[in-house]
Design a protein around this ligand. Structure first.
Ligand code: NAD
Ligand code: ZN
Length: 411
């Protein structure tokens, strides 16, 4: 909040993380979020995360408009409700799914809130989100306040231990349900072997979810030792693709058959061991690493166009995909944004009962003012920068960095 303003103006301006252009985000003063529709809820943000999805925008690899506020992983306290809001009350601690759903369209009614048919003004696009390229005009929550449309539908009211477990519950906004969605799309069942490409926050949450579902063997592929170490702590077998062929490793670990299920948790900016991007790398490896008749869940983001790519096909959002092998192996695949609302209540119960603790991957708890610096480190995948959560209510110097030391000494 702009504390220096005249008291009558005190709710007019807020601090927020604003996109100025590729790799240029700054804390700026922006018009306050406010109730615009009777169905809106206004939330004072207490925790908001930086996501791998923010990085595609941060790097200028989307058509994100300059001047917009980032942030789709949000949790906070309700400070105001619109006249038509009946379930959510002032003072409730709530976590918002990153998708914004209307609750009454055909897809929302079917639980497919990632593909809401009414909230995105672009008639060709299903699905809306906060602070997200191509997903509607909604401001993000890396800010002091957030406007939540259809608040009754889009706020998950948290249990009594909300403050105590806030850093776990904030993961319900995106990465925990998204990791879980990867395992759902892949059809992971008890006893299955699973290979997960990507040990970023989403891949780690897919590993956590696969373990919760009773997978017999979880293999996680990445080339960052600190992230792979976290995967191991979750009971997964770490595969460093910079040291050895990941496909060979998976085949060896599965008696030559390949894994029952595969999860793609990297997306179109996936790299080879030298760091060069090949947008088809993980998809084609999954076809090799998953067994005949196995299934693959793809939650890593792939885009409709990517003009800044060095690959001709990828510029158009196309891919040199090994469809022949995929078909010959009789594999199945499912893709897309996670329908967070389909899972967040159940995953909330798992956190509350102590059976899931997604906060274990947090490496940095910082003040909102420190976000631009945090973006630089997270974007560089600097050692130890696994997951950053931001606390708009904290002053930069007082930010709690309790996890920082532990993680920077990892690997
Ligand atoms: P991240 O960028 O932190 O993690 C990606 C990881 O993939 C990194 O650790 C990187 O080293 C690794 N990687 C790169 N190339 C690889 C390769 N060839 N093989 C194996 N690993 C490789 O991002 P994140 O936050 O974990 O998100 C992962 C993806 O999921 C992103 O594309 C993000 O946009 C997407 N996402 C999708 C949804 C959804 O609803 N579908 C939601 C959230 C995030
Ligand atoms: Zn996210």
């Amino acid at each position: 909040m702009a504390l220096f303003l005249h008291p009558f103006l005190k709710y007019k301006i807020m601090k927020a993380l604003v996109y100025y252009g590729p790799r240029d985000v700054r804390i700026s003063e922006m018009p306050d979020a406010k109730i615009e529709e009777p169905t809106d809820v206004l939330v004072k943000i207490t925790t908001t995360n930086i996501c791998g999805s923010d990085l595609h925008m941060y790097e200028g690899r989307t058509d994100m408009e300059k001047g917009r506020i980032f942030g789709h992983e949000n949790l906070g306290v309700v400070v105001e409700i619109g006249k038509a809001v009946s379930q959510i009350k002032k003072g409730d601690m709530v976590c918002m799914p990153f998708n914004i759903g209307c609750g009454h369209c055909k897809n929302c009614e079917a639980g497919l809130t990632g593909f809401c048919l009414t909230m995105n003004p672009d008639p060709k696009m299903a699905g809306a989100a906060y602070g997200f390229a191509g997903m509607g005009p909604y401001s993000g929550g890396q800010a002091e306040y957030l406007r939540v449309p259809y608040g009754d539908f889009n706020c998950l009211k948290l249990p009594d231990d909300a403050i105590e477990k806030e850093t776990d519950y904030v993961m319900l906004s995106d990465i925990f349900p998204t990791g879980y969605h990867a395992t759902e799309l892949a059809g992971v069942k008890p006893g299955d072997s699973v290979v997960i490409y990507g040990a970023g926050p989403v891949g780690l949450m897919a590993a956590h979810s696969a373990a919760i579902k009773g997978a017999s063997k979880i293999m996680v592929v990445d080339n960052h030792p600190d992230r792979l170490k976290l995967a191991e702590e979750m009971g997964a077998i770490a595969i460093d693709f910079s040291k050895t062929s990941a496909v060979d490793q998976v085949l060896e670990l599965t008696k030559g058959n390949g894994a029952d299920r595969g999860c793609e948790c990297v997306g179109y900016q996936c790299c080879d061991k030298h760091g060069a991007e090949h947008s088809n790398a993980t998809m084609n490896e999954l076809v090799q690493a998953v067994k005949a008749t196995g299934s693959i869940g793809v939650v890593g983001v792939f885009v409709k166009k990517d003009p800044k790519s060095k690959e001709e096909l990828q510029k158009k959002g196309h891919m040199d995909f090994d469809f022949g092998t995929f078909w010959m192996k009789g594999q199945r695949m499912a893709t897309g944004q996670a329908n967070v609302k389909a899972y967040n209540r159940q995953l909330c119960e798992l956190i509350s009962s102590g059976k899931a603790n997604p906060s274990r991957i947090i490496s940095h708890e910082l003040a909102l003012d420190e976000a631009p610096e945090a973006y630089k480190h997270f974007d560089a995948r600097d050692k130890g920068w696994t997951k950053v959560i931001l606390k708009p209510g904290k002053a930069a110097k007082k930010a709690d960095k309790k996890h920082q030391k532990e993680h920077s000494s990892a690997d």
